[in-house]
Design a protein around this ligand. Structure first.
Ligand code: GLC
Length: 565
């Protein structure tokens, strides 16, 4: 029988590095490429195969590197192109892969293209951006940028306005222009030829605009409308994305993962999977489960059922092998958002880990997640560095929240929570740098760091390492990587459980978790063997399994699996 072939990346595990905060090799207080190089064995040992590196290109850092001024370089803060080449080589030597961040919906206002557009708006580079005349002495329409304010700003020295989805220092590139597309495809191929294995596609849904540039329905007291509201009108994005796929990704067998927040369920397979534009997409559905409006202050408190069911709904759509995440650099730390306050202990953190890593899809870990890092300690709004947080604070205050209330919102949701330096040791600055860190280390570093975790009998990293190894174990790979997904005990109030079943091997695995305080039990009479358990034991009596607070177990089930418990 002919064996189906699977993409090379399918059984791999990925890890996101936010370079500025990972490890400082030079002592200037900023994480860098030599720092990443020195930690490759640490990552290999954890079971990571693919490294996604957040941007290291030259950048004025208005949005921490997501404002790129040269797509072909390395910012001196992070090192040199030689360091990057060394990283590619050293990863290869370890059978690991590098995935770069591809930020092409916009560039930096310091990019040569934009500077040329300012110099001569009517010339070639004026066409690289969206330039429009104003309306009644103001911007061309009422769209509000992701980081606040109008999407339009005056092109310096001109009456024209330029368009930006994010900050005003991040002008959007005009993908309607074939020359822009040519430049980007050449650049993508340049990186792939260099040995990069793929890309994470930043804000990729924003590539296509509603070219009517009509006003949207106001959703803020100032009469503006969130720019994201126009996305449903931009369905013909396919031509742009297929060009990248056909000319760059397919010929290089690249691994690509899309950052796509706002598509409908029906469009998931248009974007990801064998017929889609990208290898896979991040599953953000459960990140959005608490969203009620565009502003953080409108979000609802954590609700277990909506969170779990959002994951179930994504998993039940088996047309795409999704990328599963609990954290990234745009989110708070997972214990601070997916758990009721006070429940962030070892059991809860390891339960979340198992539930996420063993889903159908490719697991992505974010730096520090493997030791259970927590949200930062921010006292006043000045403690935040992130421009998005400042904007959300202003919006909350403008909506009438007190300073204290607005701070509570930002503490919970700020992207800076995940951007504090990685905690390596209990020593000075958590061992992140010998200099002064660019951003303060979380004060909890003395107890919570890689060294202390390794020395503990309840090591979170040890648990992640076992999970990643189990997923790849030849005995379970058919079920845990390629196998199907089916929710279990869905009607139970605090149970998060699912089956993973291998088609070829017939192996069946139940991931079973009591996501709550106290105890819970479920009826279960099958023979089973415990593969993993975040407690020392599992009580099975009278056809029921009894689970402790945040207990998670991974059970191999079926006639061949029997053990005494
Ligand atoms: C993506 C990035 C985020 C950045 C934004 C604009 O969402 O993940 O960090 O601010 O794009 O580039």
């Amino acid at each position: 029988m002919k064996k189906t072939s699977f993409p090379w990346w399918q059984n791999k595990a990925a890890y996101q590095i936010y370079p500025k905060s990972f490890f400082d090799g030079s002592g200037d207080g900023i994480g860098d490429l030599p720092g990443v190089l020195s930690k490759l064995d640490y990552l290999k040992d954890l079971g990571v195969d693919i490294l996604w590196l957040s941007p290291v290109y030259p950048s004025p850092m208005v949005d921490q590197g997501y404002d790129i001024s040269d797509y072909y370089g390395v910012d001196p803060r992070f090192g040199t192109m030689e360091d990057l080449d060394a990283l590619i080589q050293e990863l290869k030597r370890r059978e690991m892969y590098l995935v770069m961040d591809l930020v092409v919906s916009h560039c930096s206002d310091r990019h040569r293209w934009f500077q040329e557009a300012i110099r001569d708006p009517a010339g070639k580079y004026g066409q690289y951006f969206y330039l429009k005349p104003g309306r009644n002495g103001g911007p061309p329409n009422n769209w509000r940028a992701e980081f606040g304010g109008s999407c339009w700003d005056r092109l310096p020295g001109s009456d024209l306005y330029y368009f930006h989805t994010f900050a005003k220092e991040q002008p959007d590139l005009n993908w309607e222009n074939p020359e822009v597309r040519r430049e980007i495809c050449d650049m993508v191929n340049w990186w792939l030829d260099k040995g990069v294995s793929g890309f994470r596609l930043d804000a990729i849904i924003n590539l296509k605009k509603d070219l009517s540039f009509r006003d949207g329905p106001a959703d803020s007291p100032d009469g503006t409308c969130a720019v994201s509201k126009m996305l449903p009108q931009t369905t013909e994005i396919g031509a742009f994305l297929n060009q990248l796929k056909q000319e760059c990704f397919l010929p290089h067998d690249a691994f690509t993962v899309g950052e796509v927040y706002s598509i409908t369920r029906e469009r998931v397979s248009e974007f990801g999977g064998p017929e889609g534009y990208f290898s896979t997409l991040f599953d953000f559905a459960h990140f959005l489960a608490d969203h009620r409006g565009v502003f953080w202050y409108q979000h609802k408190p954590f609700d277990f059922r909506s969170w779990r069911d959002a994951i179930f709904r994504s998993q039940e759509n088996d047309s795409v092998f999704l990328a599963n995440v609990l954290e990234n650099h745009d989110r708070p730390r997972s214990p601070g958002i997916f758990l009721p306050e006070g429940d962030e202990g070892y059991e809860a953190v390891t339960a979340m880990a198992a539930l996420s890593v063993l889903l159908r899809g490719i697991p992505f870990l974010y730096q520090g997640q493997e030791i259970g890092m927590r949200n930062g300690d921010f006292r006043t709004v000045e403690d935040f560095e992130d421009l998005n947080t400042h904007d959300q604070y202003r919006a909350a205050r403008a909506a009438g929240l007190t300073e204290e209330e607005a701070m509570a919102v930002c503490r919970r949701h700020s992207r800076d929570n995940a951007r504090t330096p990685m905690q390596w040791t209990g020593g000075g600055h958590a061992g992140f740098t010998t200099g002064t860190p660019w951003f303060p280390v979380n004060p909890n570093y003395r107890e919570l760091n890689v060294e202390a975790d390794a020395a503990s009998a309840r090591s979170v990293r040890g648990w992640y390492k076992r999970l990643l190894a189990l997923r790849k174990d030849p005995e379970w790979e058919d079920a845990l990587v390629r196998g199907g997904f089916r929710p279990a005990f869905r009607e139970e109030a605090e149970i998060f459980a699912y089956w993973r079943t291998g088609e070829e091997s017939g192996k069946r695995i139940l991931v079973l978790c009591h996501y709550g305080r106290g105890t819970a039990s479920v009826p279960f009479a099958e023979p089973f063997r415990v593969l993993m358990n975040n407690y020392d034991s599992l009580e099975s009596r009278e056809g029921r399994l009894r689970l402790d607070a945040y207990q998670v177990v991974v059970l191999a089930c079926g006639a061949g699996e029997q053990e005494e418990v």
